[in-house]
Design a binder for this molecule. Sequence first.
Ligand SMILES: [Zn+2]
Ligand SMILES: [Zn+2]
Length: 151
Amino acid sequence: MSDWTCRTGGCRCGRLRFRITASPIMTMACHCRGCQRMTASAFSLSLTVPDAGFAIEKGTPVAGGARELEGLQHSCCDHCKSWVFTRFPAMMGEYVNVRSTLLDEIDDIAPFMETCTAEALGWARTPAVHRYEGFPQADEFHTLMAEYAER
Ligand SMILES: [Zn+2]
Ligand SMILES: [Zn+2]
């Protein structure tokens, strides 16, 4: 994987830009129906980075998604409505999930794990090393993080 001291990205219209300055602890694809609808595609792609390694450089994100559900805080560009990042304070308070597809360089960010495969479209395939019908348990996730960090 290439240098993670500075990776930039942004929304479709470019009014919301961000910078990542920390290595991701995980990369993933999620096949849930919510992600299918949010992306208008087969699955979402995310990388998880420490909050301290993520900064908005331009623009002001606004809340999006199904805000009343699940305690997930989805943030979007106010102009083009691209779904840019998600925080989950109850479970992952110190991390942020950034949509991998929005980085300026994306070729090296394949998903290491995929979730909610029970809801996956029959033809949807990714190169993920680990697959879960739902989500991994917390202890499994720690093992996955360690394995991902080895790579
Ligand atoms: Zn935008
Ligand atoms: Zn999902």
